[in-house]
Each structure stands twice: as structure tokens, then as C-alpha cells.
Design a binder for this molecule. Structure first.
Ligand code: PRP
Length: 211
């Protein structure tokens, strides 16, 4: 049995669709109930839904053999897992954004509000810029509007949240997408099953790109 951690929400639905169409369907997961774990003995999969930012924790600790996590989470937390494949979905970018009238003064410490302190710190360290990180857990866009920070480092997908709060992106740090990840021990001991699954998913995604 391969244990698979799926990210709850819109991205997870797309991920499940890819897995099912790659030969790993699971009728039980479509039944309306409050169960959290679903299995299909016939094709050897056991799925469970977890918070997207927790997928890599389940995989790193071996509770899941494989999972799908955003590159943002992998960069921020550096979990000890194998990154197998870029699924090319859940695409967005990690960007620096500020109020439209913001003028940077490089002489001053930059106040950066973010949910991703490691990504922000690495980015500004590479530039040799002193920053003061303000770690928030959501609604990051409010921080510069209320003058608590100079800029934010956050995910930009459509850009709507920035626009509606009079903010604008000023730099792109990195492009993000969903990645198939594997537990390192599972990759060794369930090697056959995992590489077959990886290949089936790659084949399905390659076909989908041709369409
Ligand atoms: C994310 C991100 C931005 C928004 C970007 O927030 O932090 O706020 O989506 O999307 P857009 O460019 O399409 O507007 P999320 O919905 O995860 O909620 P959060 O504010 O709680 O982080």
C-alpha cells in the first residue's frame, strides 16, 4: 500500500484528479462523509487529506510515502524529502510587493511582512540588504497599508489581492508550482511501487500537455 498525503482544497482536487486518471482511482474518497483516510486495496493506494502546508511534514516523518506540496513550502521549511516531479499545476510566484507610492531608501532597514521568513531572509541576504522580518500568518497585504511594514513577501497568483489593496508587485523572487515528493526511506523500501507511480503520473501529465 502506498500512503499518499493530499493537500486539502482546490489544488488537492486537481492533484486527486491527476492521480486517479493515472491509474490510482479511489471510489471511497468521493463518498460524502467525514472520514479522513480512504483506500483502494485493488490498486494499492491509501489517500488522506491534510492542510497543504503540513503535507511535507507527513512525508518527511514517513506517515505518508508520497505527497504533493507547493514549492513555496519546500523552500520555506526545507523538509528532508525527495522532490520527484513538477506537476506544473498550482502555479504562482513568490513576490515582493509594496504600496504604489512606496520609495525605497537603501540606507534604512527594510521592514518585511511575510508568512515565509526563511524565503524572505535568504532573498535579502543574497542582496546584502538588512531587513526586519515581521512574521504574520495570513492577510499579509494589510501590513504595508497600515504602515506596519515597507514591503511584503507573499504568493501572487492572479494579482487581484494586491490590486484591491492598492499594492503592486515590485520583484519576483521565485516561480512556484506543485511538486510530487517522497519520503526517503519509502523511496528505498517501496521503490518499485513509487517509481511506477511516478512514471504513470509523468506519462499522464506529458499526454495532458500535448492536448
Ligand atoms: C494567498 C496569498 C495572497 C493571495 C494571492 O492568500 O497570501 O493573499 O492568496 O492570490 P491572488 O494574487 O490571486 O489575489 P490565501 O488565500 O492563501 O490566504 P491568507 O491571506 O490567509 O494567506
Amino acid at each position: 500500500m502506498i500512503n499518499i498525503a493530499l493537500p486539502k482544497g482546490r489544488l488537492g482536487e486537481k492533484v486527486l484528479d491527476i492521480f486517479e486518471k493515472s491509474g490510482y482511482d479511489c471510489p471511497a474518497i468521493h463518498e460524502q462523509n467525514r472520514k479522513l483516510v480512504f483506500e483502494n486495496e485493488k490498486n494499492g493506494v491509501r489517500y488522506f487529506w491534510v492542510k497543504p502546508s503540513d503535507v511535507s511534514i507527513y512525508v518527511e516523518r514517513g506517515a505518508a510515502d508520497i505527497g504533493v506540496a507547493g514549492k513555496d513550502i519546500l523552500l520555506e521549511y526545507s523538509p528532508d524529502v525527495y522532490e520527484l516531479y513538477d506537476l506544473d499545476i498550482g502555479k504562482c510566484r513568490m513576490a515582493v510587493a509594496a504600496c504604489k507610492n512606496f520609495r525605497d531608501n537603501p540606507e534604512r532597514t527594510l521592514r518585511v511582512a511575510t508568512k515565509f521568513p526563511n524565503i524572505a531572509q535568504n532573498y535579502y541576504s543574497r542582496k546584502g540588504r538588512d531587513i526586519d522580518i515581521i512574521k504574520l500568518n495570513g492577510s499579509i497585504e494589510i501590513a504595508p497599508v497600515l504602515k506596519m511594514s515597507d514591503v511584503i513577501v507573499d504568493i501572487v497568483e492572479t494579482g487581484t489581492t494586491l490590486k484591491e489593496n492598492n499594492l503592486e508587485p515590485i520583484e519576483t523572487i521565485v516561480h512556484i508550482s506543485a511538486r510530487l515528493i517522497s519520503n526517503k526511506v519509502s523511496y528505498k523500501f517501496k521503490h518499485g511501487e513509487i517509481i511506477t507511480l511516478e512514471k504513470n503520473i509523468k506519462d499522464f501529465c506529458a499526454k495532458r500537455k500535448d492536448i
